[in-house]
Ligand binder design. Structure first.
Ligand code: F6P
Ligand code: MG
Length: 523
């Protein structure tokens, strides 16, 4: 199943007509040569609608050829086009502004000169992005992911550019190149162009931050007057509510909502019970009940371990912590591993520095001058409790290099077997957010009725695959796991609510069966 190549400037158009073929074969020409040659692409999927009737044979799937047609920057109908053409240059422009601001704050000449060179590299990245340059190898800057990047480029993307490589790869590549602008410098290797913005979202989320801290600072305790049955039901309801808090915490990511007012952020972040009952209707693929069935048995296991493959810093990480705290306090999990990024990634993603910042600002910060003393105290208590979890090892932060590569998670078991083995020991792995979902599902045009287990390939079918739960507000084209009526649901929304796939209004909570307990085998 080949995909239509983009018509780029300077491409020759070839005529497939009988007369042109006869001429090419050396048959006597009985007509004059055509002034213009045209290639007919009728047999290829249309650029307007790349829905394919069946998936690619698994053995022929590779990063340039996902199971269903890839979204690419030149697909004008997809979010890939707006992202590659407009959003990424805008994000890079803001990153240049941030770096210039830092430059203006410096006094030491060697650091200034070094940062000016970072800015020059950012300018040439901007030129490559806007000029749709070919993807070149990553410079060896000593990062643990260089070999993975360059192998993937050499094997699948030689000669590809930002617009005709699959969107997922091209977008990740841009963030890797942005990191390279700094990683090859002397003084600015760890500079985070998004740090100011990330801190800012948390301080602009005042209402939701205190709504949660005032409710959850006091450790979770069941009322003595309740029967065991009532207690169990209470715990179930809390679990469902906090799973939704964790889910919707993802709707305010910076890469999309950069210009939101505080009012708009507030309405997205409402966390009350009624609000959550209403928003459950927007969870189009909803395995919340199966999730509870999976989690509730963990308490009986000695050493239940849950993993979070994190997404965004600030408010979303705070919601993840509220949820993880509940899982620890109720004994549903004994140990939680959080997986973050090694360097700035897709604007808002969590790095070690963002993790430390959040915990420390909660305990020591002066971020909310208008808050009451009771509110500030509730935040301090939560922060202190969470820092203690980290000290005693119940919470652990990890940052494997694979998370910042262009590979999808279909290749996790083959390209990062150590990480796969590590995850296979978990009882449940949550993947947060849109990008993780795109990577789980190969970011391709699979029909919305395709079951989640099928769409994530080896992450569900490989021996040792853990149970996986994707908590994702829908912000891009790929949508799967909507059940047997999924195609009809997606078609109706396409007609009635154009833009439903990027608004963050809808979500999925999808759970895979996994193959836990099976020994991991590597080819
Ligand atoms: O730019 C593409 C994208 O992956 C979108 O799909 C999404 O809006 C954003 O970047 C990242 O979203 P998230 O932080 O939820 O992964
Ligand atoms: Mg993100």
């Amino acid at each position: 199943m080949a995909e239509a190549a983009p018509a780029t400037n300077g491409t020759k158009h070839i005529d497939n007509s009988d007369s042109a073929i006869a001429q090419a074969n050396g048959s006597p020409a009985t007509y004059s040569a055509p002034s213009r040659v045209t290639l007919h692409l009728g047999h290829l999927p249309s650029k307007k609608d790349i829905k394919a009737p069946w998936p690619r044979t698994p053995s022929r799937v590779d990063p340039n050829n996902p199971p269903w047609p890839a979204y690419r920057g030149y697909h004008e109908y997809s979010f890939a086009h707006a992202t590659m053409g407009v959003r990424l240059p805008t994000i890079l422009g803001k990153a240049i502004d941030d770096t210039s601001r830092t430059l203006n704050e410096q006094y030491a000449e060697d650091k200034i000169v070094d940062l000016v060179e970072c800015l020059e590299r950012m300018d040439s990245l901007m030129a490559d992005l806007s000029g749709n340059a070919k993807l070149r190898p990553i410079i060896d800057d000593g990062e643990g992911d260089v070999a993975l990047w360059n192998k993937e480029i050499a094997k699948y993307f030689q000669g590809k550019d930002f617009m005709n490589a699959p969107w997922l790869f091209a977008e990740a590549y841009k963030y890797r190149r942005l990191h390279e602008c700094f990683s090859v410098s002397k003084y600015w290797k760890d500079y985070d162009v998004f740090y100011r913005q990330k801190c800012d979202t948390f301080s602009r989320s005042t209402d939701a931050v205190f709504e949660l801290s005032m409710r959850f600072a006091e450790p979770f305790k069941q009322s003595e007057n309740m029967s065991d049955k009532e207690k169990a039901e209470n715990e179930r309801l809390m679990f469902l509510e906090l799973t939704q808090v964790c889910l919707w915490g993802n709707s305010t990511d910076l890469s999309l909502l950069i210009n939101m007012t505080e009012e708009q952020i507030k309405s997205l972040q409402s966390t009350g019970g009624d609000h959550l009952a209403a928003t459950e209707k927007n969870i189009l693929g909803n395995h919340l009940n199966q999730l509870w069935e999976t989690v509730k048995v963990l308490r009986e296991k000695t050493g239940g371990r849950i993993d979070f493959v994190l997404d965004n810093a600030g408010f979303e990480l705070y919601c993840d912590f509220v949820y993880a705290d509940f899982l620890i306090q109720t004994g549903l999990a004994k140990q939680i591993r959080f997986h973050g990024k090694r360097y700035p990634w897709f604007v808002s993603d969590v790095t070690r520095k963002d993790w430390d910042w959040l915990l420390n600002t909660m305990v020591y910060g002066h971020l909310f001058p208008k808050a009451s003393e009771a509110e500030r105290e509730s935040l301090r208590r939560l922060g202190a409790r969470w820092k203690q979890y980290e000290k005693d090892g119940r919470w652990q932060y990890e940052q494997h290099p694979f998370w910042c590569t262009g590979y999808t998670f279909w290749d996790l078991h083959s390209e990062a077997p150590d990480l796969f083995l590590h995850l296979s020991r978990s009882d449940l792995v949550y993947f947060k957010g849109d990008l993780n979902h795109r990577k789980l599902t190969y970011d391709c045009a699979a029909p919305a009725s395709v079951p989640f287990d099928i769409s994530i390939g080896p992450m569900a079918s490989a021996a040792g695959a853990p149970k996986i739960c994707s908590l994702r507000t829908i912000k891009s084209d790929v949508v799967v796991g909507l059940g047997d009526d999924g195609d009809a649901i997606a078609e109706r929304l396409d007609k009635e609510e154009p833009g439903w796939k990027i608004s963050g209004k809808y979500a999925v909570v999808l759970l895979s069966e996994g193959r836990p307990g099976e020994k991991v085998r590597f080819a």
